[in-house]
Design a protein around this ligand. Structure first.
Ligand code: C6P
Length: 405
C-alpha cells in the first residue's frame, strides 16, 4: 500500500500556500522537498554531535566520524557498490563530473583523444569536458537522438575510434524524461574497452540503481534531488579507476604524508575528499536514502509511472499541446509547449495559481538547439506528487489558454 496521504504529511512544506493558494510543487527535477526526518537529522546533529571528523581523539569527533562513515556505508548499500572505498562524497553531480573530467583527462588522455557525450546532456556534463578540451586538446563527440528523444545507438557505435577514452551520458534526461538504455550504452562502450560515467542526477530519485548490475565505471548524483540536503553529492567510481586517477583538490584529509619536498596521498576514498567534508550533510543524505528505501524504490517507481501515464494522458487533452520527448521509457519529467504561448508566460501565470514548474532551457541549451526551440515548460514529479496536483496543472493551463485566446 502506497500511503500518499501519510507520505505527504512527512513533508511539511507541501501543506503551505503561495498567493493564498495551495502549493502545487512540480519542480522536483530542480530539487526535491525534504521529509521532516531529514531536516530533524540536521538539527539534532548540530545540537548534539557536531565536531570535525577524522581528526579528533575526543568523544564527539569520534561519534561524528562514526556517523559520517556509517553514512558512506548507507550510500554504498543503496547503489550496491562493492566497497565504501568507491564512494566519494562531493558537493553534488556537477562537482562529481568535474572531478572525473579533471582527474581522468589529465592522467588518461592525450591531445586528440575523445570523450563521447550525448545531445541531451545537462551543461554539467558538457562544460567540464570543454574546459578540459581547452587545456588538453581532447575532442568531444556527440550521440544524436531521434525526434522522440531516444538516443541513436547505431550512430553511437559509429562514434567509437581508437582515440575514444571515455563515454559520459545521462541516465535520465532532465528535459525529455527519456530513460536511456544505460546497460546497452555501457555494454557497447565496454566492448571497445572504454569506461562509462553515468550522470544519475535524474535517475537516482526515481528507480532502483545497482551500479554493479549496470557495470558503470562512474555513477554520480546530488543529494538535494533525492530528498537529501543541498551541498552534498556522490561520486561512485570503480576502485580500479579511482586508484588510477590523481587527486582533484589538495588540502587536509586527502594526504598521507606531507613534506615540502613531496606529498603522498591518503587511501580511497579520502584521496578525493580534500578539506572538512559535509559530515552533517552525509548523515542527512543517508537518512534521505533510508526514507525512500523504507518506502521501496520499486514502489516509488511504480507509483510515479502511473503518475507519468496519467499526466501525459491529461496534458494531451489540451488543444495545442506539444509534448517534447515521447520516448518509450520516460521518468520524472514532462516538458511541453502550448500553442504560441511563451514558456516564460506560461510558467509565470501558473505560478500565480500556486503551481511551481520550471521554464527555459533547463541547462541543456544544445538540446534546445536540436529541438529547434528556445525553451519548454517542465513539470517534474516526485514520490509525493498526486493526481489532484496534475489535475490542477491541467486546469491551470486551460485557464491560461483562455486568456491567450
Ligand atoms: N538539473 C534541473 O532543474 P547539481 O546542480 O550539481 O545538483 O546537478 C546538475 C545536474 C546534472 N545532470 C542532470 C541530468 C541534471 O538534471 C542536473 C541538475 C536541475 O534540471 C537544475 S539545472
Amino acid at each position: 500500500m502506497y500511503d500518499i496521504k501519510g507520505i505527504r504529511e512527512d513533508f511539511p512544506i507541501l501543506s503551505r500556500t503561495v498567493y493564498d493558494k495551495p502549493l502545487v510543487y512540480l519542480d522536483n527535477a530542480a530539487t526535491t522537498q525534504k521529509p521532516r526526518f531529514v531536516v530533524n537529522t540536521i538539527v539534532s546533529e548540530y545540537y548534539s554531535v557536531n565536531a570535525n571528523v577524522h581528526r579528533g581523539v575526543h568523544f564527539l569527533s569520534q561519534q561524528a566520524t562514526d556517523l559520517h562513515e556509517r553514512s558512506r556505508e548507507a550510500v554504498r548499500k543503496f547503489i550496491n557498490a562493492r566497497s565504501v572505498s568507491e564512494i566519494v562524497f562531493t558537493r553534488g553531480t556537477t562537482e562529481s563530473i568535474n572531478l572525473v573530467a579533471s582527474s581522468f583527462v589529465c592522467s588518461q588522455m592525450k591531445p586528440g583523444d575523445e570523450v563521447i557525450v550525448s545531445v541531451m546532456e545537462h551543461h554539467s556534463n558538457i562544460v567540464p569536458w570543454q574546459l578540459q578540451a581547452e587545456r588538453f586538446g581532447i575532442v568531444l563527440k556527440v550521440i544524436p537522438m531521434n525526434d522522440r528523444g531516444e538516443l541513436l545507438l547505431d550512430e553511437y557505435e559509429r562514434l567509437f575510434s581508437k582515440r575514444t577514452k571515455l563515454v559520459s551520458v545521462t541516465h535520465v534526461s532532465n528535459v525529455l524524461g527519456t530513460v536511456n538504455p544505460i546497460e546497452r550504452i555501457i555494454g557497447i562502450a565496454h566492448d571497445y574497452g572504454v569506461p562509462v560515467l553515468v550522470d544519475g542526477a535524474q535517475s537516482i530519485p526515481h528507480m532502483p540503481v545497482d551500479v554493479q548490475a549496470l557495470d558503470a565505471d562512474f555513477y554520480v548524483f546530488s543529494g538535494h534531488k533525492v530528498y537529501g540536503p543541498t551541498g552534498i553529492g556522490v561520486l561512485y567510481g570503480k576502485e580500479y579507476w579511482l586508484e588510477k586517477l590523481p587527486p582533484y583538490q589538495g588540502g587536509g584529509e586527502m594526504i598521507q604524508k606531507v613534506t615540502f619536498e613531496k606529498t603522498t596521498f591518503n587511501e580511497l576514498p579520502f584521496k578525493f575528499e580534500a578539506g572538512t567534508p559535509d559530515y552533517i550533510g552525509s548523515v542527512a543524505l543517508s537518512n534521505a536514502l533510508g526514507y525512500i528505501s523504507m518506502l521501496g524504490m520499486d514502489q516509488i517507481a511504480e507509483y510515479e509511472h502511473q503518475l507519468m501515464c496519467y499526466a501525459t494522458e491529461r496534458l494531451k487533452e489540451i488543444p495545442g499541446m506539444r509534448i517534447l520527448g515521447e520516448a518509450e521509457h520516460k521518468s520524472g519529467v514532462i516538458s511541453f509547449l502550448v500553442g504560441n504561448i511563451h514558456p516564460f508566460d506560461m510558467g509565470t501565470l501558473l505560478d500565480r495559481l500556486g503551481i511551481a514548474v520550471r521554464t527555459g532551457h533547463h541547462c541543456a541549451e544544445p538540446l534546445m538547439h536540436r529541438l529547434g526551440i528556445e525553451g519548454t515548460v517542465r513539470a517534474s514529479f516526485a514520490l509525493y506528487t498526486t493526481k489532484e496536483e496534475i489535475d490542477a496543472l491541467v486546469e491551470g493551463i486551460l485557464r491560461i489558454c483562455k486568456m491567450f485566446e
